[in-house]
Design a protein around this ligand. Structure first.
Ligand code: ZN
Length: 118
């Protein structure tokens, strides 16, 4: 588990954590409290059972084994990209919504095609 990504989310993009909490029907305060403790001195192992439960449900899938969401096609749906982000990629994804290399290459390719047509 890479807690530096959690720290980044907590400090810079806390709304991503909040949205996930709402989606899972969890208390935002409890979840943010658990995040604070996890990135603090006690670490994940220092969380109590209730906090761990919230953390595992709301936060873990945001920082571990995160899949590239894929490109949005003309029909508005995401294609399913099977790539799992590495920690570095995940960081760039959250920072600038950069997809995996393959999807980014596809975007470049489509941009080139579009330019040729004009
Ligand atoms: Zn991708």
């Amino acid at each position: 588990m890479d807690l530096s990504i959690l720290r980044y989310l907590y400090e810079s993009q806390v709304e991503i954590i909040e949205h996930s909490a709402i989606k899972e029907g969890c208390s935002i305060d409890t979840v943010l409290g658990a995040c604070r403790n996890a990135i603090g001195s006690s670490g994940y192992t220092g969380l109590d059972d209730n906090q761990k439960e919230h953390f595992d449900k709301v936060v873990l899938h945001l920082i571990e084994d995160v899949r590239c969401p894929g490109l949005v096609g003309l029909d508005g749906n995401h294609n399913n990209c099977l790539h799992t982000f590495t920690d570095d990629e995940l960081y760039t994804y959250y920072e600038s919504e950069t997809l995996c290399n393959r999807c980014e290459e596809q975007i470049d390719y489509e941009k080139q095609l579009a330019q040729k047509q004009t």
